[in-house]
Write a protein that binds this ligand. Structure first.
Ligand code: ADP
Ligand code: MG
Length: 262
């Protein structure tokens, strides 16, 4: 049964989409079956996966509104090796259209139920807001990965985000966990980075991933070629960091499984 992970942060530009694409490809490289769901109307995860968002016959929008099946909307990322439920600007209307639908917060969860067993991981790329789309992602997920940059304002936004996740979890999805915090665009030469990093460690302890994602131009270049960094430049520091993150994720999952059996 797939582990469903929402990649969320209400801030834009913190590497949610970059993390989705590169973690998905890295999990595939370790022989996991992966589905990436683009839940952002900007469709960056779709483009970055090598799928043309302007020529989609169906998208995640039609799945949420019940106008098509998962199979009809599904695409394959050739370079990434994962399946993709794509998005484009149509998704902007979901906010309004879903208001009239019953169980509007659980549309994604319900759509995922019959296909969860086909995957090891389902990653959801959230928009930069706590909108109905993000609420659907949090209602459908087992865990949340929070990518963040180690800057002063990140800490301020972080407590709001954690509170919101806990509130939404309590109301809609009591087993929702904060899976982990991921430091992105990391530059240890900046002293504030280290300070913020220490504070995160003190506050979040082992929820903070050991793996850090360095600032690396290959990660920024790869999406314009519709590729994960792993294919664009396998030896790059960025590609290697996301491979390390995929290993850390698997290791933690094995440890958690041993913990519940013990
Ligand atoms: P979000 O989805 O949170 O808005 P993105 O993944 O789109 O963030 O990243 C924002 C910008 O930063 C993009 O231009 C992306 O290519 C770039 N970027 C993300 N991670 C890195 C990194 N580790 N090094 C360099 N550039 C990065
Ligand atoms: Mg994004």
């Amino acid at each position: 049964m797939a582990k469903v992970l929402a990649i969320a942060n209400q801030k834009g530009g913190v590497a949610k989409t970059t993390t989705c694409i590169n973690l998905a490809a890295s999990l595939v490289a370790t022989r996991r079956r992966v589905l990436l769901i683009d839940l952002d109307p900007q469709g960056n995860a779709t483009t970055g996966s090598g799928v043309d968002k302007l020529s989609l016959e169906h998208s995640v929008y039609d799945v949420l509104t019940g106008d098509c099946s998962f199979a009809e909307a599904m695409q394959f990322s050739e370079h990434g090796g994962y399946q993709l439920l794509p998005a484009n600007r149509d998704l902007t209307a979901a906010e309004v259209v879903l208001l009239d639908k019953s169980g509007k917060e659980h549309r994604l969860r319900e759509a995922l139920a019959p296909i969860r067993e086909n995957y090891d991981y389902i990653l959801i790329d959230c928009p930069p807001s706590l909108s109905m789309l993000t609420i659907n992602a949090l209602a459908a997920a087992d865990g949340v990965i929070i990518p963040m940059q180690c800057e002063y304002y990140a800490l301020e936004g972080l407590s709001d985000l954690v509170n919101s996740i806990q509130r939404i979890g309590k109301a809609l999805n009591p087993s929702l966990q904060i899976e982990g915090l991921l430091r992105t665009m990391y530059d240890p030469r900046v002293s504030l980075t280290n300070e913020v990093s220490d504070q995160l460690q003190a506050h979040f302890g082992d929820k903070l991933y050991e793996t850090v994602i360095p600032r690396n131009v290959r990660l920024a270049e790869a999406p314009s070629h519709g590729m994960p960094a792993l294919v664009y430049d396998k030896q790059s520091k960025g590609a290697q960091a996301y491979l390390a993150l995929a290993s850390e994720l698997s290791r933690r999952q094995r440890q958690a499984a041993r913990g519940t059996r013990a």
